[in-house]
Design a protein around this ligand. Sequence first.
Ligand code: CO
Length: 292
Amino acid sequence: MRSIVEIVPTHRVSEGGGFKVRRPARMSKVLSPFLLIDEMGPNITGPGEAVGAPWHPHRGFETVTYLLDGKMKHEDSAGNRGELNPGDVQWMTAGRGIIHSEEPHDDFQKTGGRTHGFQIWVNLPAENKMMKPRYQEIPASESPIVEKDGVWARVIAGECMGVSSSIDTVIPITLIHVKMEEGCRLIQHLASQLNAMIYVFGGKVTVFNQLRVKTQPRSFGLGTNQQVSDGQLALLSEGDAVVVESDTRSEFLILAGPELNEPIARYGPFVMNTQEEIQQAFIDYQNGTFAN
Ligand code: CO
């Protein structure tokens, strides 16, 4: 069983055109292959007040946008455009380059309201960094959802309780949104070679490091705090499964993926392996050959 090895707190920062996100206070090698885990909002805005991320480039990784509340529109320099509604997932592989904008939808701006969701950046291995860009979009209506014994899960990538996502990931990624009633339990298989973590954004859960401790007091284990609360990212030890029990009604993401043991050269929206590749990204962007 996987247990918690570290709890990373989150803090609130402004991104893009000034929208508020909650993100882990530090990202490091142990979070590989995830480069960024941003909870967008929740923000409540009046008519015309919502802000997004105006035109900007990406190269060398993937962005996963998962909307829970609100309505967004996106557009890229290749002419692709679309909208995101609650429950929709957009898995964008920037690969060698995408220039896009991510903004509140006009319909949403008319009324204002609540915006909540996630944007997660998944790194690409060196050999795939310059791959052809692609989009995979799963509307809420086609989303793989599984519900059992007080546990609800949307499988964005990977598999949960026998239900699999149709998203094709470059490296094996698990990304699951889970909602649990109080006192419920989920046993999630996670291949042992993957880095894995849980981000709680509602309520409180306990991660058990043995299956049989359910009836025993909470003072077991390695002396580490096994409880994870709203706004905390728990990094998990090695193991092939995680057992999560909800202490209250709770909501969280389970994330897992292989650690990429490759150098990272990062400058804003470019994530490559060397400084030369970053410079090349700037040159391509300035020459207008970036997203061709
Ligand atoms: Co973007």
